[in-house]
Design a protein around this ligand. Structure first.
Ligand code: SF4
Ligand code: SF4
Length: 329
């Protein structure tokens, strides 16, 4: 049976393929040459042409604008926000093609240098959650650098196919006949993505992506939303662990922390899987779990109690100690 992370990998792979193929298959693209959307092979216009020709009135035009423009945006945006309100940034961790690149490059950099990003102060511990040892191998830079360039180029080309007919773009690329504007776009976007994927990929996920930011904001509003919860009463079990959950987090968060400090959590559950592995011989199992409702309230309430200046509970003290230790690691 597929493990949680295998399932996630499958979802991410399928969505990445969809992201690349959607314009080619005319599933979704904004064709600037036509001046409207193409959706599942159909021309998706705002239906304003009859009004502009003077054949219909303002009321008909406004209705078309609402039904063909505003309503689909509200439905898709509202659906995504509802999902985030209830389950957090599931889209980011399980589907987003940008986050897939983030994790892929993290993995390669970690193999090459022992650090998942260039900004990490120290190398991650060699001991892995399953007890095996990983030693950095600088030869992986020979894969990391081309992978960053390849993903940057791919992203640049795919983005352009969302704006101009894919047949034209891929045809021009194949024959080396890109127009000047197409060449400038692809070159500039490739350079920008190379810088971003190398230096600022987490920063983009945290603060640069509107889709991610709005998901985080609505998730924070719902204190009962799904969140990774830590069994603070069993915190002593962490003593023999080298903070495998912190090491596994692709967003470089501290998963045992309070919800506010996990504002950009992508619900990837890498921390949960790492703890499952560390505690595989422990009958009580992992100390980290997804929790919802009342249990999720406890993760947020720890924070509220601190903010109201209430005396912290015993488990809060344990948690505070863990946070301090984690920050020093
Ligand atoms: S805290 Fe856990 S679930 Fe959230 S991003 Fe980090 S590893 Fe993923
Ligand atoms: S929660 Fe699990 S993975 Fe994290 S430090 Fe404790 S034992 Fe290790």
């Amino acid at each position: 049976m597929l493990q949680l992370q295998d399932k996630r990998l499958l979802f991410r792979l399928m969505f990445f393929v969809l992201f690349v193929l959607a314009p080619i298959l005319d599933l979704f693209r904004i064709d600037l040459t036509l001046g409207h959307l193409v959706f599942f092979g159909l021309d998706w216009t705002l239906g304003l042409d009859p009004f502009l020709r003077g054949e219909t009135g303002v009321g008909h035009a406004a209705l078309n604008l609402f039904l063909r423009g505003l309503l689909p945006i509200l439905l898709v945006g509202g659906g995504l926000l509802w999902l985030a309100w209830k389950y957090g940034r599931l889209y980011c961790g399980w589907l987003c093609p940008h986050f897939s690149v983030v994790e892929f490059i993290n993995g390669l950099m970690w193999r090459a240098s022992g650090k998942p990003t260039l900004w990490e102060h120290k190398s991650l511990p060699e001991r892995q959650p399953d007890g095996s040892r990983h030693r950095p191998d600088p030869r992986y830079w020979l894969l990391t650098v081309p992978a960053i360039l390849a993903f940057s180029f791919l992203w640049a080309v795919v983005l352009l196919t969302y704006l101009l007919p894919p047949v034209e773009i891929y045809g021009n690329l194949w024959h080396g006949e890109l127009t000047r504007n197409q060449f400038v776009f692809i070159t500039a976007a490739t350079i920008a993505f190379t810088l971003e994927f190398t230096l600022a990929r987490h920063l983009f996920c945290r603060y640069g992506c509107a889709v991610g930011l709005f998901q985080s904001l609505v998730w924070m509003v719902n204190r009962r939303a799904m969140v990774v919860g830590f069994d603070a009463e069993r915190a002593r079990a962490c003593a023999s662990c080298n903070a495998a959950c912190d090491n596994a987090c692709p967003m470089r968060l501290k998963p045992r922390s309070i919800k506010r400090k996990m504002f950009t959590c992508t619900q990837c559950a890498q921390c949960v899987s790492a703890c499952n592995e560390v505690q595989r011989d422990n009958p009580e199992g992992s100390l980290l779990h997804w929790v919802q409702g009342e249990e999720a309230l406890a993760v947020s309430d720890r924070e509220s109690r601190h903010e109201r200046g209430c005396r912290p509970a015993r488990s809060d003290n344990i948690l505070k100690t863990i946070e301090l230790v984690a920050e020093q690691q």
